[in-house]
Design a protein around this ligand. Sequence first.
Ligand code: OGA
Ligand code: NI
Length: 321
Amino acid sequence: MAPPALPQEMNPAALQSSDSANEFPVIDLQGAHEEVVKQIREACIGWGGFQIVNHGVPPALMERMRQMAKEFFALPVEEKWKHSASSPTTTVDLFHGYGTKEFGTKGALDLGDQLRHKTWPLSARAYEQWPTYPASFRDTEEEYLQQQEKLCQHLMELISESLGLNPSYLNDFFGEDYQQTFLVNHYPPHPDPTCTVGIQKHSDFSGLTILMQNVEGLQFIKDGEWIMAKVIPDAYVINLGDQIEILTNGLYKSPEHRSLLNYAERFTIMSFASPPDAKVVGPMAEFVTKSRPIYKTRTYAQYRTEVMTIPHMAKALVADA
Ligand code: OGA
Ligand code: NI
């Protein structure tokens, strides 16, 4: 039996433009400081994200992390379950450790498997869920996370500055016990990448996302078109999450994005930074203007629960009053 046709908005072949004038921005972090801050502001308003080059994370470490991921995901599936998580679950947003994504929403499947670790605060680390194969996976992840943390803090400073705030504003707001999650997505090679998507359209409910990809697939929506974040060797794709959109009352966007499958095996290695669960997140007074609705204020945990129980309501924005 033929699978049901995908709705237009989930069909990778639809809404794709090859000749768009829109290009996902690329920012050189070694550029002149004022210029970098200006570019970040423009990108956050126009796209909610950008790529960065010259970001300071050693390319050799990025390569090692990719290699670890590749070797881990090449294991037979029973081995992956053993090496990583206590028990299989199909609830992708809730699992920690290894998991698969064969869960359906709106009748379509996201494809692939994942490795997800809560990595900060330290008390959240469940090392028993970290792979022991390849043997240097854990050490590499540890080293990689330190670099991600450093990069994240630097980006938070630049983003704060680009909002006209004290550079330490967002780092202070997220705090010492901010939540860092490490995620590796693995999308198997696909003979017909237009038949479904790797990950459906969504925005990230966290604060800030840092992603590296080995082959093309990630797209952002702009003026109604899906635009590819091109693969630049050793670059990172950065996107804002819903918490920064809320803080800025919609001035900065938490962008909708999705990933296509590829003829080639595809990996994305990501880290997310979020506020602690109990942190109350609402629009800062300086960003509340008459021209935009006032975003709702609630704790990060409440927000996440709402978004997860009401799928595709990621922007449950509406004013309290
Ligand atoms: C995500 C995400 C994109 C990708 O996991 O939130 O958007 O290409 N992933 O893996
Ligand atoms: Ni995402």
